[in-house]
Design a protein around this ligand. Structure first.
Ligand code: ADP
Ligand code: MG
Length: 246
């Protein structure tokens, strides 16, 4: 079933001096329990598309329809952890902001911390965590509010390659464990192939859909395993050739 339908959406920003057309005629179905990546060159409207989905921006034309109640978890580029709060306090921050600190929700957060190997660091401060651990904590905080769709806007771009590869496996397993949908924004083609069920390639600005790639990996093929599959390189070449290198 489709979670969200995006139909013929165009977005034009109006600034005092000019109009900027960020997206042109985008139609997309966001499916339940699927990971979709949106890739394309810098400035092509990827973040704009996420902001339209979260309704923090409105389409200029076209419409976006949610087919069931959606609870969005949004994870940004920086891990946005508060350095003066403990791991635990950071983990429940989203719950506090939404006034949802119940016993059930706290138990859920503690379970997530245990499952993703952060529970023993509960009382530490973020500065004592590695890059990968910080990213897991940021993800746990996002998951604490029990989203049914996770939006990830270049969440790994500040991490080094090794950490990025490891966290990809973690994030993939977490999303699949929870049976939720995710939209991942990235300019990294390899990251998109290693994590997604579907890749949407946008053209340079104004972003239009150039191609949609449906990937046929099984759920057991986690990112690090996919990277060793010969299909991986073939897909990479194909997408790279289609990519607007600006
Ligand atoms: P991406 O995430 O793919 O790098 P963005 O969606 O951030 O691209 O931006 C697409 C285009 O729209 C860019 O040219 C950017 O400068 C412009 N833009 C984004 N947000 C705004 C805004 N709030 N006001 C005016 N222009 C914007
Ligand atoms: Mg962006």
């Amino acid at each position: 079933m489709n979670l969200i339908n995006i139909t013929s959406v165009t977005k034009i920003y109006h600034t005092p001096t000019k109009e900027i057309k960020a997206l042109n005629n985008i139609s997309l179905d966001i499916e339940d329990n699927k990971i979709m990546s949106i890739i394309g060159p810098s400035g092509c409207g990827k973040s704009t598309l996420l902001n339209l989905i979260t309704a923090s921006e409105k389409p200029s034309t076209g419409f976006i329809r949610n087919n069931q109640p959606i609870m969005i978890g949004y994870m940004m580029q920086s891990d946005a952890l508060l350095p003066w709060k403990t791991v635990y306090e950071n983990a429940i921050l989203g719950l506090r902001l939404q006034k949802k600190v119940t016993n059930d929700n706290i138990n859920y957060v503690n379970d997530l911390l245990k499952k993703y190997e952060l529970y023993e660091f509960k009382d530490e401060y973020p500065s004592n965590l590695s890059g990968g651990m910080r990213q897991r904590l940021s993800l746990i905080r996002t998951l604490a509010i029990k989203p049914n769709i996770l939006l990830l806007d270049e969440p790994f771009s500040k991490l080094d390659l090794e950490t990025r590869k490891n966290i990809s496996d973690d994030v993939y397993k977490i999303i699949k464990d929870l049976h939720i949908s995710a939209i991942l924004i990235t300019h990294d083609i390899e990251e998109a192939i290693s994590l997604s069920d579907e890749i949407v390639l946008l053209s340079k600005r104004p972003g239009t859909i150039k191609s949609i790639y449906k990937l046929n990996f099984t759920e057991k093929e986690i990112p690090s395993i996919r990277r060793k599959d010969e299909i991986f390189n073939r897909l990479y070449d194909e997408i790279w050739r289609n990519f607007d290198h600006v």
